[in-house]
Design a protein around this ligand. Structure first.
Ligand SMILES: NCCC[C@H](NC(=O)CCC(=O)O)C(=O)O
Length: 446
């Protein structure tokens, strides 16, 4: 019999170097907001406010820590030498884009931190984690070692949790984590169907692929994760993303689809073969009927879906039905706002819409769903995790005070070379690992 389980959300706490560097070719917002002055303090507080509201609604809400940035070990690996100050000066002078890359706060988007398979689906009945190699973008490819350490520090009990290293960091095994992975089930504790969505089958050179923007996730990577996690055929479906959607700016599947329980909310242009995806899920889903909520291009054109991030919402189970936690931008775009009214009038399965202001993150292409990693945990597993990262009123207050004490309210590209910024970050993160009870996870602490 399946034991009672919950879906916990682990949000990335926005780091003190949050900035707009235009690093993500294929991500429309990142490119169009390059060089804007960022407000790291506001970004972190917006993220914390979202976490708090969901915790107050009764969801299990966790916090994943930001990473150490600028990342000096990466600069050393690239041949920069001397003191921290000398290295920052040299890289700012000779290769400012490298400085921007090693300074990005991109670890905030924890939907890309890892792929997680709940114990009800896996062969050894443990929860499996694989940090994403994020090999498509240099600034993100340096995240997985610290992500892996943080996950191990939180989910440390090996009798419940299995941790795999990231896949080989090459484009053929490009893996972007949970942003391309959705689990459908009748009940969280019951065996589910894990939908892996990929951009390209890379070893098949004649297969369909985007022409303009890169496919960050490969079928080969998705298959490897499913193997590592011990997912039998009855628990997994592989589906190709529509290449035209990638070329329209849908760089991850979670920009065009989101699922939870037996509900799949998606745009008609999300998948290369929509009918096959639905049939494959239906053939495997037990204990419930799949409830697709399909949005047409006539209702919401693809460009409006990308601009509003309608599908980058959190779909959350409530006592009455499903709630869609949307970014505020959804009410600013006429087609999307009208669609949301129609959705609410349609009588389910989505019965509520809640709005969240995460504008600082949105300007870099990260909505509510990008900011969280979902981990389904049964009662024993939930009891076994490190509770220091679970948000309650006291932790929320402590983190708000911490942000206000350590974060700047303005950050430009030029500021990244400021040696004071590095000092501020280290001081803040050293304090944070104490607050969250994580031990020494950062390179500067080792
Ligand atoms: N899931 C949302 C991820 C957004 C992220 N943006 C960035 O890294 C932009 C950073 C910048 O341009 O400064 C990305 O594209 O991977």
């Amino acid at each position: 019999m399946a034991s009672k389980a919950v879906e916990a959300n682990f949000d990335g706490l926005v780091g003190p170097t949050h900035n707009y560097a235009g690093l993500s070719w294929g991500n429309v917002a990142s490119k169009s907001n390059v060089n804007l002055i960022a407000n790291p303090r506001e970004a972190a507080l917006q993220g914390l406010a979202k976490m708090k509201r969901l915790a107050d609604l009764g969801y299990v809400q966790g916090v994943l820590p930001p990473h150490e940035r600028p990342h000096m070990p990466t600069l050393r690996a690239l041949g920069f030498e001397g003191s921290d100050q000398q290295m920052l000066e040299a890289v700012a002078r000779s290769e400012p884009s490298v400085l921007a890359a090693v300074s990005s706060a991109s670890a905030m988007w924890t939907a890309n931190a890892a792929t997680v398979s709940p114990s009800a689906d896996t062969a050894d009945h443990r929860v499996h984690f694989t940090p994403a190699n994020l090999s498509a973008k240099f600034h993100r490819s340096i995240e997985h070692p610290v992500t892996g350490r943080a996950l191990k520090a939180i989910f440390s009990d090996e009798s419940y949790f299995a941790h795999h290293p990231a896949l080989p960091s090459v484009s053929q095994f490009g893996d972007e984590g949970a942003a391309n992975h959705t689990r459908l089930c009748s009940d969280y504790g019951a065996p589910g169907v894990e939908l892996f969505v990929y951009g390209q089958e890379v070893f098949n050179e004649s297969g369909p692929a985007p022409r303009k923007f890169p496919a960050r996730q490969t079928l080969e990577a998705s298959r490897a994760i499913a193997r590592l996690h011990g997912l039998a055929d009855s628990h997994r479906v592989f589906a190709q993303q529509n290449p035209a959607a990638i070329d329209a700016g849908v760089f991850h599947n979670d920009v065009i689809a989101v699922g939870n329980g037996h509900c799949l909310f998606y745009h008609e242009q999300a998948f290369l073969d929509e009918a096959q995806v639905l049939a494959d899920i239906r053939a495997r889903l037990t204990g419930a009927e799949l409830q697709p909520v399909r949005v047409t291009s006539a209702q919401v054109p693809l460009a409006d879906a990308v601009a509003s991030y309608l599908f980058n919402s959190q779909l959350l189970e409530t006592a009455e039905g499903m709630m869609l936690a949307v970014p505020g931008e959804c009410r600013e775009i006429a087609s999307v706002s009208q669609y949301l009214d129609e959705l609410l009038a349609s009588g389910g399965p989505i019965t509520a819409v809640d709005m969240f202001d995460v504008k600082q993150s949105m300007r870099n292409g990260g909505g509510p769903a990008c900011l969280r990693l979902r981990v389904v945990l049964n009662e024993q597993e939930l009891a076994a995790i490190n509770r220091g990262v679970i948000l309650d009123d006291a932790l929320y207050e402590r983190l708000v005070t911490w942000v206000n004490a350590h974060y700047r309210d303005q950050l430009s590209q030029a500021d990244l070379a400021d040696p004071m910024l590095l000092e501020e970050v280290r001081k803040a993160l050293d304090e944070l690992t104490g607050i969250l009870g994580l031990g020494s996870i950062y390179d500067f602490q080792r």
